[in-house]
Design a binder for this molecule. Structure first.
Ligand code: GAL
Length: 437
């Protein structure tokens, strides 16, 4: 008797369970939203036609390009919702930490911003967290639409793991044209010319170089450009490949020179972020700014300045003919519930139309080789030419040249160097961090 009652109980429970399931699925078929029974994870990873885009593109100078891309996607895919999950902080200062926690907790966003090179390969590919996209590239005939060097940066062991949306250049100085004219300054091409110009500006009471190293990557970026000038592209790459040590005398010379540049920056540099430092150049308080060309997007689109009228640009002294490559890419993490929806987003991001919507606002050039140069201003056109004709090197500050572990330590060492100016300590810190590369 007891057995019969127990059997009946099990039957009723099962019947209720099946009924509940079928009503849920009929609810879906009707297109009704039904949150019943879903877990509480924040990732939005349930398959409900939503793509969560994770990046650090928020606010002025950062988000305009992404919003244009999202708008284009929504026009083409009205049935797929976008969740723009951006975490503020230049160069991914905060976003990368949030991403790491989510990836470790198996709660990946549908897709996320990641620099081509070691940031992608040593972090997420090595941890087996990314889907290979070779077939996706073949199906969409993308293999010859992106420069080989970029495909290499997003590949590991013959597999391709992400799609580049842009190419930023890191070894650029932007300058205030009026300030240069007022002080009779010519565009410097060597470090000696640069320091001569800086002296002249300082004597005239103008801040020669704007810096905002509240987040220390902006100073690391200056240092990597000095390193490039000192070592040249081949040895610069060897340094990050571990074939030349950080105790090479040229690295110490680069540190000295970096320290000398720091003598010409605004006093309040430690309390400014990159946009705040760019404003000093925009309003004429400072003359020059070394910044990746997202600063061009900020000047032109957020501050309404005109390229080659209000601001000009030149290659970081001693690095003409070289191109510090920074490429933002997006891939498909393993374990995402709706990979087909995510791929629809990746298709828009990879398309000529997508890249030409995004890049003119972002200040970058398109990663695709068949984009329309007429959509870009003179800076963009010049940079496209420079990219084709330069020696390309990977940026340290923006994740391509070395692992995240090394970059974190390099940023800390730079931060200490900016205040202490102790070359020996700085070199020692880099030498100790090198095994992490
Ligand atoms: C870089 C990124 C750029 C831009 C910049 C400032 O790392 O590649 O797209 O966002 O940081 O945040």
């Amino acid at each position: 008797m007891k057995k019969k009652i127990f059997g009946l109980f099990i039957f009723v429970v099962l019947a209720l369970f099946i009924a509940a399931c079928s009503s849920e699925s009929s609810g879906d078929a009707d297109g009704k939203t039904d949150d019943a029974g879903k877990d509480n994870s924040e990732g939005g990873s349930d398959s409900k036609g939503e793509v969560e885009i994770f990046s650090w593109w928020t606010g002025a100078g950062e988000e305009d390009g992404l919003l244009a891309l999202i708008e284009l996607f929504e026009e083409k895919n009205p049935d797929i919702a976008i969740d723009n999950a951006a975490v503020s902080g230049g160069a991914g200062t905060n976003a990368k930490a949030v991403l790491a926690t989510r990836m470790q907790g198996n709660d990946p966003p549908s897709t996320f911003q990641v620099h081509g090179g070691e940031e992608l390969n040593k972090s997420w590919v090595a941890a087996d967290k990314m889907e290979p996209l070779n077939d996706f590239y073949e199906e969409n005939e993308w293999m010859d639409k992106f420069p080989e060097e970029l495909i290499d940066l997003v590949s590991s062991d013959g597999n391709i793991y992400s799609i580049p949306v842009n190419i930023h250049r890191g070894n650029v100085f932007f300058y205030n044209i009026q300030v240069f004219e007022d002080n009779g300054i010519e565009v410097p091409t060597t470090m000696d010319e640069f320091f001569a110009a800086a002296d002249k500006l300082q004597e005239a009471g103008t801040i020669p170089v704007a810096l905002g190293d509240k987040e220390s990557w902006t100073a690391t970026q200056i240092f990597e450009n000095v390193l490039l000038g000192k070592l040249g592209p081949d040895d610069y790459k060897k340094l990050f490949a571990g074939e030349i040590g950080f105790d090479d005398p040229r690295v110490a010379e680069a540190a000295e020179q970096f320290g000398k540049i720091l003598d010409y920056v605004n006093e309040d540099h430690a309390s400014r972020n990159w946009q705040d430092s760019a404003q000093l150049v925009a309003n004429g308080e400072a003359a020059m700014l070394n910044m990746g060309d997202w600063a061009k997007g900020y000047f032109a689109n957020d501050l309404d300045l005109e390229t080659n009228v209000d601001f000009g640009y030149f290659a970081f002294p001693d690095t003409d003919g070289e191109f510090q490559v920074i490429t933002d890419t997006f891939g498909l993490p393993k374990g995402v519930d709706n990979p087909d929806d995510v791929k629809e987003f990746l298709k828009v991001l990879a398309s000529v139309e997508g890249q030409d919507a995004f890049n003119p606002l972002k200040g970058s050039i398109p990663a695709r080789i068949d984009a329309d140069p007429e959509k870009y201003d003179q800076y963009g056109k010049d940079t496209m030419e420079d990219f084709k004709n330069s020696r390309l090197v990977p940026s340290l500050a923006h994740g391509s040249a070395a692992s995240e572990g090394f970059l974190t330590k390099a940023n800390q060492a730079v931060n200490i160097f900016v205040t202490q100016r102790d070359v020996d300590n700085f070199i020692q810190a880099l030498v100790s961090a090198a095994p992490e590369m």
